[in-house]
Design a protein around this ligand. Structure first.
Ligand SMILES: [Zn+2]
Length: 241
């Protein structure tokens, strides 16, 4: 799944097919054999290099596979065989695609936004019936509106574009599985996690532009997996701070 999702994240923004085309080395285009495609193990055996051209395979591909595996396992331990497990697995998958394409190209593909909104609304409807359907659509709108308000405020404060359209749409996606307290908590948590990196980028690169999607995604995972999305936001403050 991690290898497939990484390919989606890399090829979708370039409008390339991610179903057609065999897996190949990005440097020498050699089509990979099955034993070169074993997750984690092939990377370790080949010492992170292509067997043909000896070019380095990016270490982040290894990390994507490792973390996707660990997170899939953790979500099964947390939720067991349930609808929440399916929601969590899809959330992890969407976030991996967002991380890959936001880091590579600073974009979040609209196709991913639309497909994940539809899937999450359907799953919430299966979970809670008509109530789930309504809450999911309402949450999505709230996520979009709150993030758009943050962007407008940021644009005024910093007198330049503060948030990309992809980040606002991603918050709409997360809203379909979160209540409004979790949406607010998610934006706060993502900002706190991103702060050290943002300070580093501002000092080192001077442009101060960072992909915010990965941080929104990671904090959404933390909130979803620790069940904060089911708590009243005030309860979170009382219980954890
Ligand atoms: Zn190669």
């Amino acid at each position: 799944m991690a290898s497939f999702l990484t390919v989606v994240g890399i090829r979708l923004p370039k409008k390339e097919s991610f179903i057609k085309g065999r897996s190949h080395c990005d440097s020498c285009n050699n089509v990979l054999k099955w034993y070169e495609l074993i997750p984690l193990i092939s990377y370790i055996i080949q010492l992170g290099k292509c067997r043909h051209c000896k070019k380095n395979i990016p270490f982040r591909s290894f990390l994507y596979e490792l973390f996707t595996g660990i997170l899939y396992l953790l979500s099964y331990i947390k939720f067991g065989l349930s609808i929440n497990l399916i929601i969590c697995l899809i959330l992890i998958s969407v976030i991996l695609i967002v991380i890959v394409s936001d880091i590579e190209y600073m974009v979040i593909p609209d196709e991913i936004i639309i497909i994940s909104i539809i899937i999450f609304i359907i799953l919430n409807t299966i979970k809670d019936g008509f109530y789930g359907f309504g809450m999911s659509i309402f949450g999505g709108l709230i996520g979009f509106i709150i993030m758009y308000a943050v962007k407008l405020l940021g644009d005024i404060l910093f007198k330049k574009e503060s948030l990309g359209g992809g980040d606002i749409k991603l918050m709409g996606v997360l809203g379909t599985i979160f209540n409004y307290q979790a949406i607010v908590a998610n934006i706060f948590l993502a900002s706190i996690i991103a702060l050290p990196y943002a300070l580093y980028v501002t000092v080192a690169k001077k442009d101060g532009i960072i992909p915010f999607g990965p941080f929104l995604g990671l904090s959404a995972l933390i909130i979803f997996m620790f069940g904060f999305n089911n708590l009243d936001f005030l309860d979170i403050i009382y219980n954890y701070i």
